[in-house]
Design a protein around this ligand. Structure first.
Ligand code: NZQ
Ligand code: ZN
Length: 389
């Protein structure tokens, strides 16, 4: 096991009705003047935004609004938010929504305190030293941004989608998580969230670091719970306990607990981000396509971790590592199909993916090789994209 620092300062408040604490926590942790950031329609339609505004009013928290954040969020809305923050003297950002909203809130929070273009953080020109505090009311378990130090933004000029991670600065101060808020999720978004949280665990599980048995077992336990409960939430979207477990799994998948003490991979995420940047697909659906293709490549080239996962998570009994790993991939694909996720490009609506374009963008953004478990060259990422056709 490697040395590590595990620092997860987010105050998670979980359960029915917890959004009623928004005003109190915003007053205490975000200061007296917040920018309320939210998505397209769902939070307004469900009445959640009304309750949040009421809670802010009741605690005398002044707020300004930035709504209409779209999935795969773009830099234009970040610049807009930064302008509002500076003009109004905003003291903290409140995100009501999922990963797209939270990531926009984080980018605004850092960009507003930076004397330059916020994109410098994403293109690697500058490191984030400080940010306004961010609070979250989560409406979809998926990206795990409510507990992560990550933010993923797409620059409209060139559609460059970049993920950054800061362990110390961007983690939200609080996350209010009411599983009932997820009852309204369309089945496709529920399934995309499940694929994304599983991928966040796989990216940490496929590691070359030996001796992380406890971290392995935590990761396997979360994966097994997700696999058991996924059909329940798909069949019965208002099943509180199933929704609650899936919601908490999404946070544990990405707040760092499943990666403690070891190197991580993240090649599949980098490969997917190119697909969602170029073709505008949902991130989780893109991962359901890329992740099994990546695992198929690994089964042939570095099968040990895939074989262990197949045996412990999917109950595969084959003693030969390569064969066990392949059986694990087949079971993973079957699972994704069972919750109506695509597992090939054409299932994403992309009949003739431009693999040369995806590969050249990928390596231009991420370097000559990508991934910590098995560093992939451009020829190998091209092969993996091919495997997803
Ligand atoms: O905009 P509205 O109307 O709210 O609709 C949203 C959106 O269309 C809908 N939705 C959310 N909550 C709902 C709901 N619909 C009904 N009822 C509810 N309760 O769901 C759709 C997707 O929302 P989005 O915020 O895009 O989902 P997600 O949480 O999957 O976020 C995806 C983004 O996060 C990035 C992805 O790349 C993508 O840009 N990621 C961020 C990470 C991070 N910051 O740590 C890590 C991830 O790996 C990921 O890359
Ligand atoms: Zn993800």
């Amino acid at each position: 096991m490697e040395n590590f620092t595990f620092w997860t300062p987010t105050k998670y408040v979980f359960g029915r009705g917890v959004e009623e604490n928004t005003g109190e926590l915003s007053a205490a942790m975000l200061g007296g003047k917040v920018l309320l950031v939210y998505g397209g329609r769902s939070a307004e339609a469900s009445g959640l935004l009304g309750r949040v505004r009421h809670s802010l009013d009741s605690h005398a928290v002044e707020y300004h609004e930035l709504g209409g954040i779209q999935p795969n969020p773009t830099d234009d809305r970040v610049y807009e938010g930064i302008d509002i923050v500076r003009e109004k003297g905003i003291s903290g950002i409140l995100a009501v929504g999922g990963g797209s909203v939270i990531d926009t809130a984080k980018a605004i929070a850092a960009g507003a305190l930076y004397d330059g273009d916020f994109w410098d953080f994403y293109c690697g020109k500058a490191a984030i030293a400080k940010a306004l505090p961010v609070g979250v009311v989560l409406t979809i378990p998926a990206a795990g941004s409510e507990g992560s130090g990550n933010s993923v933004i797409t620059k409209l000029d060139g559609m460059i989608k970049i993920s950054i991670r800061t362990e110390e600065v961007l983690r939200p101060r609080f996350a209010l998580m009411n599983p009932e808020l997820t009852f309204t999720l369309p089945p496709f978004q529920t399934a995309c969230g499940i694929a994304d949280m599983m991928a966040h665990i796989f990216e940490r599980y496929f590691s070359t670091t030996p001796g992380t048995d406890l971290t392995d077992r935590v990761a396997e336990g979360v994966l097994r719970s997700i696999i058991e409960l996924a059909p329940v939430v798909m069949d019965d979207p208002c099943n509180y306990d199933a929704r609650a477990n899936i919601m908490w799994a999404g946070t544990l998948a990405h707040n760092g607990i499943c990666g403690t003490g070891r190197k991580e991979d993240w090649a599949s995420h980098a490969m997917e981000h190119e697909i969602s940047a170029v073709y505008g697909v949902a991130h989780g659906a893109g991962l359901a396509v890329v992740m099994p293709a990546w695992m198929t490549f690994m089964a042939k080239n570095r099968p040990e971790r895939g074989a262990q996962m197949a045996r412990r998570v999917f109950g595969v009994e084959n003693p030969v590592d390569t064969e066990a790993a392949i059986e694990g991939v087949m079971k993973l694909r079957k699972f994704f199909k069972s919750i109506n996720l695509p597992t090939t490009f054409d299932g994403l609506g992309i009949e003739a993916p431009d693999i040369d374009l995806l590969v050249s963008r990928l390596h231009a953004n991420k370097g000559a090789t990508i991934g910590g478990y098995y560093p992939l060259t451009a020829a190998e990422t091209a092969l993996i994209y091919q495997l997803a056709i």
